[in-house]
Design a protein around this ligand. Structure first.
Ligand code: HEM
Ligand SMILES: *[C@@H]1O[C@H](CO)[C@@H](O)[C@H](O)[C@H]1NC(C)=O
Ligand SMILES: *[C@@H]1O[C@H](CO)[C@@H](O)[C@H](O)[C@H]1NC(C)=O
Ligand SMILES: *[C@@H]1O[C@H](CO)[C@@H](O)[C@H](O)[C@H]1NC(C)=O
Ligand SMILES: *[C@@H]1O[C@H](CO)[C@@H](O)[C@H](O)[C@H]1NC(C)=O
Ligand SMILES: *[C@@H]1O[C@H](CO)[C@@H](O)[C@H](O)[C@H]1NC(C)=O
Length: 556
């Protein structure tokens, strides 16, 4: 009830303030699009979990039982379960990042790290200001289900979670805890006894219990006594690399893994799955024992976990992804002062059916009239081979590049009569006249980068004494969590010259310190009085960044 009202309130709030920005200066629309772009780019967020038995850190699965998809799913449980829905605190907020060393979050990987730290470092590969670590934890579950069950429709996934800045309370149920204490923890997080049973059955469909973490559960079963000693894992069911109803089936029929180590362990204290499953005489697990009821129940219960967020968090509508989006777009100014708009459009065959040869679009003015019509280059089918298997949760993906000169007065582009994106020609960063200086440390690692940013403001909107304020968005290191803390720093851009109808401003910024482990994507935007430009990616990562490289910024 409480949860429903929080979500309803969030949506209401969103409707009232559709341009509302979070503390990092990011809107919900930007968050949704960033997630859609990852889902529509094979080899990004699907890479660490494809196929379902993949391990991002190259642990030999037969020895270590390290499975990135299982770790990502387990991370959702360990983050959300300490919610107190009555108080409106906790839930899926990435507080887990500060809690990796707690006993209740035990999970040591082959490399000796916490599975939580490895999970977040995996997300950091794709980290940018638009996607909070808490949204990544939710997205990680969606990507894992996509990889572990090709038939699953995407779990209801909203965007907009805000990261906690410190640890939350203790309270993750451990296998030795009593049924009552587990029930109490779930109740505090807003889950009934039935929902607790569903949550455990859904979670324990993939993955295993590891000897290194729970020797008293996995014990000395000689079939698991692999080299090196102390490693090895016992799976929850006969199909640990498939998200399916096998664990429930095997539990009810006493076949195969008979429900797995948390049912069958000799140590009665540690039989938490057995205590939980039989707490209502097996009624809940029986009701979810068919393939279809298992999948439907789990999609509902996982969505509830993902929507358990601190009170006041504005979550978006579900992310689908939409049939047509852009993967990258930016404004630019030619050396002769002509405005260009370019980028890539993307479509997926699951939503759109057969992809057309080219994508059509119109540039619109604020009154809604067509300023120019355009057509993309021929569509290019994207490579969906990820780690040697075909990863096509959204079917075939086709990208279409475009590059136009656009007339004054354009305020948006509408693609295939379906997707609309705002364009702010009044003020924008000029990527082709902006540069990065990426120094190299003596040990060969990358030093801290500096940026020379040029931006254009319509001269008719400028004043004689105008300066612009640039904002640089970067992922700073925070104590006790490997998750980035998104931070902003501002800098000033001063007038350099005029070009066509624009005045060009120029300014420099250096990242204030080393960025968080594995992260590296920065954005920049510029502001003049109440006018703010679109954010552009400022990094040396191609193909999404269009800044030049420059060894001496005074000369570029
Ligand atoms: C009372 C509730 C629960 C208890 C006591 C419990 C206990 C455990 C234990 C002891 C492990 C083995 C960890 C290791 O050896 O590394 C485990 C693994 C796992 N749990 Fe749970 N769990 C509970 C609920 C859940 C829920 C609700 C989910 C749903 C997201 C979940 C998802 C997982 C997954 C996916 C794994 C496999 C991890 C891997 O293979 O690395 N668990 N759980
Ligand atoms: C069973 O597990 C409990 C809790 O971890 C532990 O205290 C106890 O020593 C274990 N018993 C045996 C026989 O291993
Ligand atoms: C529940 O299922 C388990 C495993 O199949 C079985 O051992 C137990 O007797 C069942 N309990 C009830 C009350 O049905
Ligand atoms: C768009 O076309 C212009 C003119 O040919 C070219 O200078 C510019 O580099 C192109 N932009 C992109 C991103 O390809
Ligand atoms: C996880 O990372 C955090 C932040 O660097 C660190 O404080 C913690 O000790 C790490 N824990 C493990 C087990 O790796
Ligand atoms: C956009 O399309 C161009 C032309 O095919 C390609 O070179 C570029 O890598 C694409 N950029 C992105 C971000 O997909």
């Amino acid at each position: 009830m409480r949860l429903l009202s929080v979500v309803a309130l969030s949506l209401h709030f969103r409707g009232l303030l559709s341009q509302a920005l979070d503390a990092n200066g990011v809107s919900l629309d930007e968050k949704v699009l960033a997630i859609e772009r990852l889902l529509m780019t094979p080899g990004t967020i699907d890479f660490p979990v494809t196929p379902c038995d993949f391990n991002l850190n190259s642990a030999p699965i037969n020895i270590a039982g390290d499975q990135t998809a299982a770790q990502w799913v387990r991370t959702v449980f360990h983050d959300f379960i300490t919610a107190d829905v009555k108080a409106g605190t906790g839930g899926l907020d990435a507080s887990i990042g500060f809690e990796a060393d707690r006993d209740e979050n035990l999970g040591i990987t082959f490399k000796g790290n916490s599975f939580i730290n490895e999970t977040i470092i995996g997300f950091n590969l794709f980290s940018e200001v638009y996607i909070s670590t808490a949204d990544f934890i939710a997205l990680g579950l969606a990507a894992s289900l996509n990889a572990c069950d090709s038939g699953t429709p995407i779990v209801r996934l909203r965007a907009g979670r805000i990261d906690a800045t410190r640890e939350g309370p203790l309270g993750v149920p451990k296998p030795e805890d009593s049924l009552t204490s587990a029930t109490d923890a779930f109740a505090k997080a807003g889950f009934s006894n039935t929902e607790m049973i569903q949550a455990v059955a859904c979670g324990h469909s993939i993955g295993s219990v590891h000897k290194i973490d729970f020797p008293q559960i996995v014990g000395n079963d000689p079939t698991l006594d692999v080299s090196p000693p102390g490693t090895g894992a016992d799976t929850f069911d006969s199909t640990p690399f498939k998200f399916d109803n096998t664990q429930v089936q095997e539990y009810l029929t006493g076949t195969g893994k008979r429900g797995g180590p948390l049912v069958t362990t000799q140590n009665v204290t540690m039989q938490s799955d057995l205590r939980i499953f039989k707490s209502d005489n097996n009624a809940t697990v029986k009701a979810m024992s068919s393939a279809a009821s298992f999948r439907n129940t789990c999609l509902t219960i996982f969505a509830k976990m993902l929507d358990t967020v601190p009170a006041g968090t504005a979550l978006s509508n579900p992310v689908s992804p939409r049939p047509w989006i852009t993967k990258e777009t930016h404004l630019d100014l030619s050396p002769s002062g002509v405005v260009q708009y370019s980028g890539n459009i993307s479509t997926q065959s699951k939503a759109a059916g057969t992809a057309p040869g080219t994508a059509s679009y119109v540039y619109l003015t604020s009154s809604g009239s067509t300023a120019k019509s355009g057509q993309s280059q021929a569509g290019r089918l994207q490579n969906t081979n990820v780690n040697g298997v075909i990863s096509e949760p959204y079917g075939k993906i086709t990208d279409y590049s475009f590059n136009d000169t656009i007339p004054a007065g354009v305020t948006s582009i509408k693609i295939q009569n379906s997707y609309t994106e705002n364009i702010n020609m009044n003020i924008f960063v000029v990527p082709s006249q902006s540069f990065i200086k990426q120094p190299t440390n003596p040990d060969g690692s990358g030093g801290i980068a500096s940026y020379l940013v040029r931006a254009a403001l319509l001269t008719s909107l400028s004043t004689s004494s105008a300066t612009l304020t640039g904002t640089f968005y970067f992922p700073s290191v925070q104590p006790n969590s490997v998750a980035p803390k998104w931070t902003r720093t501002t800098f000033t851009l001063t007038k350099e010259k005029t070009l066509g109808s624009y005045t060009i401003f120029k300014g420099q910024v250096t990242e204030p310190g080393v960025h968080a482990t594995g992260t590296g994507l920065h954005h920049v935007d510029v502001q003049f009085s109440s006018m703010r430009s679109a954010k552009v990616l400022a990094s040396s990562f191609t193909p999404r960044s269009f800044f030049g490289k420059c060894a001496d910024l005074t000369k570029c």
